[in-house]
Design a protein around this ligand. Structure first.
Ligand code: GAP
Length: 450
């Protein structure tokens, strides 16, 4: 067996950091290995109680910003399995492939364009010539197995939007510029998934196709690039670890006039977090030609008829969640020990408030449950904990990324005041129960990463 290439000190540090993240995710219930009791399923993950809340909050923050906040963007939820002609027309059957090389010794499969040297990065063995490998998962629909029933799991949510362009435009009576947004699962038979949930074969995408008059393409491209970059910064991601990378001409798809990636500096290097692409009128025209549907816009006032151009911001919810998690992770050296804290923006923190009775007696648990029920009416995810010393309970919540801990003590029963402890500064404030919801809402709104 050939010798495995040695890791550089930076690679070793990155690996150790990722190991910490993976272990925290398992210990705290963010992410588990899928099929774990059967020995696992490589590069496939399940999300636990904190993980689903994180995904849900990221999805909701994206949806609120992309759809709810705008009068000209609407939503869609299209099917995962569509008519196979869709993927022939879109170019995915013929061209959605990556070059791969196999190791002749350990049989591992690698993406040829990701290899730093022409030897196997796992064992150093000799590699085969590069071959194209289609990334779509193929399946059969119905009882018969044969070419007539072949279908594909969608590799992107975008095509479902193009297919419904006319349905949505007519039913919602929209005039360009307008957008159609969709969040949902996509599937790619990635040759080299990896870096935990960064690249997996099953993942959730958040995409928006923004249809505009052709002469407004450049304007909206710049707008969406800025908008998507700002969203990450506003949700607390360190701007020094974010950059916008414009694609070089030889990286662009033949139909695309421009494309840029929001990139994040992961422990394993700069990586694509989300892409913003000018797709021109390519998709609508291709589907029009192949289906005979007239996927155009007719302006009743000017009598003008045209195929809109498309700007597409396309991200992945799992990759966003991983990025928020990695970026929020801090180990703080305190006087006596180190605390691990996830400094999530309160809007995406899996748990918003934790409520503790100082001790498990003298009416404090009952009062704490009362406060907890009150907080739940807001829709914030709230957690009750009465086990262990108060300091340990705070530390457990720091690791979950809970921004506010509310403690009920003996005085609360007399004066209806609670102590609010802030995760980031660890400062404590006394607040009247009657003002608690407003106090927390205000703190969420004014939160700044420290
Ligand atoms: N419709 C355009 C499109 O799908 P993409 O760059 O292939 O573009 C968009 O995918 C986003 O989806 C990526 O920026 C990434 O966040 C996410 N994504 C793509 N492949 C992924 C994978 N295998 N695992 C996790 N997320 C993935």
């Amino acid at each position: 067996m050939a010798k495995k290439p040695k890791l550089t000190p930076e690679q070793k540090e990155a690996q150790e950091f990722m190991e910490k993240i993976v272990s925290l995710c398992k210990r705290k219930g963010f992410v588990f290995q899928a099929s774990e009791i059967y020995g696992g399923m490589a590069n496939t993950y399940d999300y636990g109680p904190l993980g689903v809340e994180l995904l849900r909050n990221v999805r909701e923050a994206w949806w609120k910003r992309t759809v709810i906040a705008r009068e000209n963007v609407v939503g869609l939820d299209s099917a995962i399995i569509q008519n196979p002609k869709v993927w022939e027309t879109s170019g995915h059957v013929g061209g959605f492939s990556d070059p791969m090389k196999d190791c002749k010794e350990c049989k591992a499969r690698h993406r040829a364009d990701h290899l730093e040297a022409d030897v196997c990065p796992i064992c150093g063995g000799e590699l085969t010539e590069a071959r194209e490998f289609n990334l779509m998962f193929q399946t059969n629909v119905g009882a018969l197995e044969g070419s007539s029933s072949v279908a594909y799991l969608r590799p992107e949510t975008a095509q479902g939007i193009f297919l419904n362009y006319l349905n949505v435009q007519n039913s919602a009576r929209l005039k360009p510029p307008f957008g159609i947004a969709q969040v949902g699962k996509s599937f790619r038979n990635e040759i080299t998934p990896g870096n935990f949930v960064f690249r997996t074969r099953e993942f959730e995408q958040a995409e928006m196709e923004f249809f505009c008059p052709p002469d407004e393409e450049a304007k909206w491209y710049e707008y969406w690039k800025q908008e998507r970059f700002n969203w990450y910064v506003e949700l607390g991601v360190d701007p020094d670890k974010l950059r916008m990378r414009d694609h070089a001409a030889d990286e662009l798809a033949h139909y695309s006039t421009a494309c840029a990636d929001v990139e994040y500096l992961y422990p394993f290097g700069w990586g694509e977090l989300e892409g913003i692409a000018c797709r021109t009128d390519f998709d609508l025209k291709r589907h029009s030609e192949a289906s005979n549907a007239k996927l155009m816009y007719f302006d009743p006032q000017t009598k003008e008829k045209y195929t809109p151009y498309v700007i597409e911001p396309a991200g992945g919810i799992n990759r966003m969640a991983l990025t928020f998690l990695i970026d929020a992770y801090e180990e703080e050296q305190l006087e006596k020990d180190t605390r691990i804290v996830l400094k999530f923006h309160p809007e995406i923190a899996p748990v918003t408030c934790a409520v503790f009775p100082l001790v498990k007696k003298n009416g404090m648990p009952e009062k704490a449950h009362e406060v907890e029920s009150l907080l739940r009416t807001t829709g914030w995810n709230t957690f009750y904990d009465q086990k262990g010393a108060i300091g340990r309970r705070y530390r457990r919540q720091d690791e979950d990324g809970t921004p506010f801990c509310i403690t009920i003590d003996g005085d609360t029963l007399e004066n209806n005041q609670v102590t609010v402890r802030h995760r980031d500064s660890m400062e404590q404030e006394t607040v009247e129960i009657a003002h608690l919801i407003g106090y927390i809402a205000n703190a969420i709104q004014n939160w700044k990463r420290s």
